[in-house]
Write a new protein. Structure first.
Lengths: 219, 294
């Protein structure tokens, strides 16, 4: 059964409660935010009209970070949550380069990657994620099972991201990549290998032939 | 400006892994060495240098890890989809083979020392050189290509799928440059007929440099066509741009390419061209690595 967190911008007041709850729940080092609230002025009166987003790991359906991780420290659970096992992480930062949303952060105090854990300990105990439970306006909601509402128009819903965003403007206005990017590690990887290996094979063949010919001439 | 997560140690690693791969494939060519299958002095030197360069590169890689003492976890996991996991294994096999290669090519005067060691050391010397050379060259291509695939299989817009090809040509040409550098020293002592064979070797080197130049152009063209202007400007303008054009393209490709067209050039100019090629290969990797993360 898949789980989702839904962000509804129209209910968000930008209080940062979700951010603080996340920091405390995940014992994140100071200065390293696993959830962050961004605000942008919208319209003429910036104080009263703002665009807001409370962002964290998107828990992609086919996550780049999971494909990139060489030591299986990142894995996708059956419920769609992308879990990071800190004890396994070697801090190679490859997931950081692979994530198209720039989500994983390197903790210089812990020397490992940190990212939103979807509060798996809480949800496995039947509770809501910390950010959802502390949101005073219901801008963040948790759906522990089933499919998302059909009439919900949210960024990431068709692509089955498990953190989706019901926004009031275009996704590009919130610095979200459009269209929703797929798995950057798997994408055309075979082509990338072939782009090097085929010319490499020809190059070796050419150099060996050339050298054989040169050797015969010398002898 | 974003934080640079992969810095100079990774650039050094990419350079040394590529240089080792290129140098191996160069020393393993069937025409290197004499008719009895023994290598000449420059070949011995490079064969001994390759495991050392790989070791320095691997140390750089480990130093860049957050959890340095956990690097062994790379060797108990194998993930075909992760270029880093695949590359770690390719590097392990290539390193082992490069050590065997160094033992096989050990100079005649040191062979008596080996016979005093364990039996397997002497047995290693009886392995067919050509087979190890060919197997190692195939692995060398994999190492050179993997460094490009490692970067291009990310979400970084600058690191596109031309990098495996670019790093391949850069590795091979820098490997050839290293061999020429070693020959500059040794040829003076050896017979004059070597000079003639060196001239013949210039042609494949020129082909590699032209290939590298074309790969650079293809890389820039692909980036300009598929990404926003800012992405390519980070590489070709500003401080990194100066390094890119003067170091990677000028000293690393154009200068040695021009030098291959002249005969009777002073040894120090040739030395400068070959050293420029090696420095350019490093600067190219460093510029691409850093400009991609800005």
């Amino acid at each position: 059964m898949e789980r989702w967190i839904i962000f509804a911008e129209k209910k968000c007041i930008g209080c940062h409660s979700c951010e603080i709850a996340c920091q405390l729940q995940n014992d994140a080092p100071p200065g390293l935010r696993l959830r962050w609230v961004h605000t942008w002025p919208a319209g003429k009166s910036a104080q009263f009209s703002q665009r807001r987003i409370s962002a964290a790991c998107f828990h992609c359906d086919d996550p780049s970070c999971v494909s990139a991780c060489p030591v299986r420290a990142l894995r996708r659970r059956a419920d769609g949550v992308v879990e990071h096992v800190i004890e396994r992480c070697i801090g190679c930062k490859y997931c950081l380069q692979a994530c198209p949303f720039g989500v994983p952060k390197f903790s210089s105090s812990q020397q490992v990657i940190r990212k939103c854990s979807f509060c798996i300990q809480r949800i496995d105990d039947g509770k809501e994620p910390a950010c959802v439970s502390k949101c005073p306006t219901g801008a963040l909601t948790y759906q522990p099972s089933g499919a998302l509402e059909k009439d919900l128009n949210a960024y990431g819903k068709p692509e089955r991201l498990h953190m989706v965003y019901a926004l009031q403007n275009e996704a590009g206005d919130y610095n979200l990549p459009v269209p929703v990017p797929g798995n950057a590690v798997k994408r055309l990887q075979i082509l990338k290998w072939l782009a090097g290996l085929l010319p490499g094979g020809f190059l070796l063949f050419y150099l060996w032939r050339k050298e054989e010919a040169s050797k015969v001439k010398n002898e | 400006m974003s934080e640079i997560q992969w810095g100079t140690p990774i650039a050094v690693y990419l350079f040394l892994a590529g240089l080792s791969a290129g140098a191996f494939s160069c020393t393993a060519l069937p025409g290197r060495g004499d008719a009895e299958g023994r290598g000449h002095a420059s070949q011995h030197t490079i064969a001994l240098l390759i495991p050392f360069m790989l070791a320095v590169g691997i140390v750089m890689l480990i130093l860049d890890l957050g959890q340095r003492i956990s690097f062994w976890k790379l060797l108990i996991n194998f993930r075909l989809v992760s270029p880093m996991s695949l590359g770690a294994w390719i590097l392990v096999f290539f390193s082992l083979l490069s050590v065997i290669w160094a033992i096989v090519l050990i100079p005649e005067r040191f062979r008596s020392l080996l016979s005093r060691g364990p039996k397997w050391l002497s047995r290693l010397q009886k392995i067919d050189r050509k087979k190890i050379g060919f197997g190692g060259s195939a692995l060398a291509v994999l190492v050179a290509v993997y460094t490009g695939v490692l970067l291009s299989s990310t979400a970084v817009p600058l690191w596109n799928w031309m990098l495996p090809l670019l790093f391949l040509f850069s590795s091979f040409s820098s490997g050839h440059a290293l061999e020429f550098l070693a020959n500059l020293r040794y040829d003076a002592r050896e017979e004059p007929s070597k000079a003639q064979s060196e001239k013949r070797r210039l042609q494949p080197y020129r082909v590699l440099l032209i290939g590298q130049l074309l790969a650079v152009l293809a890389f820039l063209l692909l980036t300009s066509l598929t990404q926003s202007r800012e992405v390519v400007l980070h590489l070709i303008c500003g401080g990194i741009g100066v390094l890119w054009w003067v170091g990677a393209v000028g000293a690393g490709i154009l200068f040695p390419l021009i030098m291959t067209c002249y005969r009777g050039t002073h040894a120090w100019v040739i030395f400068a061209a070959l050293f420029g090629e090696l420095a350019g290969a490093f600067i190219m990797r460093w510029s691409i690595l850093i400009a991609g993360q800005i």
